[in-house]
Design a protein around this ligand. Structure first.
Ligand code: OMP
Length: 214
């Protein structure tokens, strides 16, 4: 595990973004943990978040022209990541986001920011079943651009819809669209982290339930 990944997990736990308990997911599954990116609220938290996304993007070596943050949660993620790419990696990348409802006055349209052209990297918080990501793919294609990849904070490594191939939902997205999905951390990474914790931290007890869920 890289330092930024460990730092990201520690920071997500400290900010209550990553929490343990019993949570019903969008898919209906009941999970012993939940990742709520909406809880990154302060300026420092957003700055750290952007830096972690930027680091994951840089390490992936992926080439892209525009960063696309789907409404609503993807919008601040795209903004803070662009700032971090400029500050940390000297890369001036443009970003765009969509409105959920197209505007029929003023500048009009549903895309705000950069034109969706060339290779587009989608930024999102979590992929569980891949429903939200499929919507972004079709939006990018409708604009005549090409999806280059997806960067997410967490790969939950959830089982995909097609059990026969034994693939995760993210592997299904990668195969269906022929693009990589780059996570800052995976569930395996979180498990690895929890397993290094001592009983004083109170965290190591979650490793067993999460492993069983995995
Ligand atoms: P899919 O559209 O099924 O891939 O689910 C992604 C969405 O699930 C996210 O955008 C969240 O709304 C929600 N989610 C989380 O934010 N964190 C989690 O740990 C799990 C989920 C989820 O419901 O699966």
């Amino acid at each position: 595990m890289h330092d930024y990944q460990r730092e990201f997990i520690e920071f997500a736990i400290a900010e209550n973004v990553l929490s343990f308990g019993e949570f019903t997911l969008k898919s209906g599954r009941v999970s012993p943990y939940f990742f709520n990116a909406g809880r990154f609220r302060g300026g420092r938290a957003l700055a750290t978040l952007g830096r972690c996304y930027a680091e994951a993007i840089e390490r992936s070596g992926l080439h892209f022209d525009v960063l696309f943050g789907p409404a609503y949660k993807g919008i601040p993620l795209a903004a803070t990541t662009c700032v971090a790419l400029a500050d940390r990696f000297d890369r001036d990348v443009a970003y765009a986001f969509n409105r959920k409802e197209a505007k029929d006055h003023g500048e009009g349209g549903s895309i705000v920011g950069a034109e969706l052209e060339g290779r587009v990297l989608i930024i999102d918080d979590v992929i569980t079943a891949g429903t939200a990501i499929r919507e972004s793919m079709s939006l990018i294609e409708t604009q005549g651009a090409t999806p280059a990849g997806v960067v997410v904070a967490l790969d939950r490594q959830e089982r995909g819809s097609d059990d026969e191939h034994g693939r995760s939902a993210i592997q299904e997205v990668e195969a269906e669209f022929g693009i990589p999905v780059i996570p800052i951390v995976t569930l395996d990474g979180i498990l690895e982290y929890l397993e290094t914790k001592t009983s004083e931290s109170g965290l190591e007890r979650y490793a067993g339930v999460i492993r069983a869920y995995r």
